[in-house]
Design a protein around this ligand. Sequence first.
Ligand SMILES: [Zn+2]
Length: 472
Amino acid sequence: MLYQGDNNMSMQDNYVTEMESLLRDLAIKIWETPELGLKEKKSSALLAETCLKEGFEVKRGIAGMETAFVARWGEGKPVIAFLAEYDALPGMSQKVSLAQEALEEGTPGHGCGHNLLGVGALGAAFALKRSLENTGTAGTVCYFGCPAEETITAKGYMVRDGYFDDVDAVFDWHPADINTVNMKTTLACDSVEFIFKGRSAHAAGNPEWGRSALKAVELMNAGVNYMREHTIEDVRIHYVITDGGQEPNVVPARAAVWYYIRSPRRSQVDELSRRIFLCAEGAATMTETELEIKVTDKCYNMLPNKTLSRIAHEEFEATGVPAVLPDEEKYIEGLRATLTKEQLEETFRYNKMPLDYPNLMHKEILPLEEDGEVSPGSTDAGDVSWKAPLAHVRVACKPVGVPGHSWQAVSAFGSELGMQGMLTAAKVLSRAGWRLIENPVLVSEAKAELENSLIKEPFKLALTPDLQPPVT
Ligand SMILES: [Zn+2]
């Protein structure tokens, strides 16, 4: 196994090492200032301003979102892009600690590690830019500031509005508990809010005058839950009631329910949404309420590009897995001790690792799969992968088995484990970008592979021109 530093340093590794203190500083600042999707004003400003200082041309507030931006440097082909995310999760505030303790109760926290994600991608973009600049080579580096990944919002709108039109290749990464280049696809998804409007009345005095919007929500959900049996196994449908009325003694005149509707293929989601809309309409009819349907986001499943994934995998092997410093071992053991045997076994099984895997941090890079399975989540990077060839790298930034969106994850992503993973990601992604600069034929191969896929299943924008990001 290869640790960082054991290998032959590439030009890109040196640039990442050169800017290490800048990257650490940014990742910690964003971790300490967790902001929810579309409200990431400080985090996006920090990254956009850092790009400006590096000499990138920066366009902020793109695709109808104040916290979205694109930074470009260089001229000519190929155009190589890196994706940044920086949104946090509600109620996940957490210290770097071995016990669950909030930094500030009830506030957001970086449970998905997007503090590392955005900065790692920035390190990759800067290292590639410095390589082009110092060797006088043609090529363009793009760094996309993509807000609100957690609600699968931004990238679809950025694709729809043409920001990826001239992009030739995309390298993306995510903090994880394992080291791998992900060939798994994701679920396509619709995010839809159903708002019912009825008539209020005294719930005890004159219930016959009331028409309950909450009853409409309940009936709609009952309909969808009966429908669930008649869908394919990979389908995921879940909801939260965002408005259920105010007090029991008032018949609710307004109620709302927010759905995620997911399936492996975009066309399956379209069909499921059609059926769920019928449930909503049926509920409105039964309760004599009015129905408003607000589609906020739609995304495609991920289409991993084999050519780019192979390159990313080779560069990951050459870079080595993140270093684990000796004084981190106590912390790693402590975090691992908070996990159950079942959690660990599930992780090993899912990643096809031996069930008695001995290491607390993942110390290998998983072999590249030929064709990935469906992973039961969704990401708006899916839309990007249908527009330009994309490879997705996952780097260990927390002990094996630590689940995403957990307090242990927030803790690890603010710790040295997160920083080491982020630095590795910056190196792997910038090396992969440089491989394309040096071998333009690989760009053509990656694009031909995507074009082949699009012949079998064409890419049709899921987000129609009338839809707008849910900015409030
Ligand atoms: Zn994430």
